[in-house]
Ligand binder design. Sequence first.
Ligand SMILES: [Zn+2]
Length: 303
Amino acid sequence: MTDTPYRLGIDLGGTKIEAILLDPKGHSLLRERIATPRDPDGHTEYEKIRNTVHTLIRSTLEKVPEGRVCTIGVGIPGTINTRSGRVQNANTTGLIGHPFQQDLERLLGRPIAMENDANCFTLAEAREGAAKGYHLVFGIILGTGCGGGISIGGRIHTGRHRICGEWGHFSVDPAGAPCYCGNQGCVETKISGGGVARSFFEHTGRRLTLEQITDGYRQGDAPCTTAFEQFLDDFGRCLGGLISVLDPDAVVLGGGVSNIDELYTRGLKQVRRYAFHEHVETPILKHRLGDSAGVIGAAWIGK
Ligand SMILES: [Zn+2]
């Protein structure tokens, strides 16, 4: 086993930064969680995050036995521009425009791997979670936003521009709500928790979360029912088309919205309705690793 590396994973989120260390057999030796440093003015947020992650990597590496190899992978809530190497599309906005990977590599004096958090989620669920055993897996994180990733044979498919699987900003409705990305009617505005809540507020003046709208639907509240039916229909339209394009062996859902049971029954029916092909057999699976998927996936991207 001397050639099989230890694996260090970092999951950088908007509220917490988590570290994991896996031994060569993939067993977790250490888990640590700390709060993500925030700076409301935005001037020092990047430096604080970078230094915190650097310190966390160093302290975790101390647990690796002397002389053993350890890979390092970092999952971030954004993507990396292939031309500039700088972070883009990050909802932890302090990261945007910074060469986070290069900066960490310089501080550590060694290469690391860095991927979007939805890619890390997908990889973890495909290797060890709900989609284990499926070859081509499309992973979706549906929470306040909407991210996606593709794993093929237990490896992330990153694509030419490292944007593969970023399905949340596919515009499906030219008359839809404006999205921060500049488009209108993106998948994210239609089926993320944040998107549904915003749309509900615009139509009703009531500020409810998607979870509360779901409860209202279950209790027969009329505006909640209308909004929830629309959500299921949009879920089917967005995912049905995608399944016909990609024809994955499985789809796995994560994030807060994935806990809505109706997605796997009535939502699945809508997916089948909107898919181009007949007899859609693609399973739509609920995540199995929960909050741990991001950090486990980050550990597996290291090379
Ligand atoms: Zn968008």
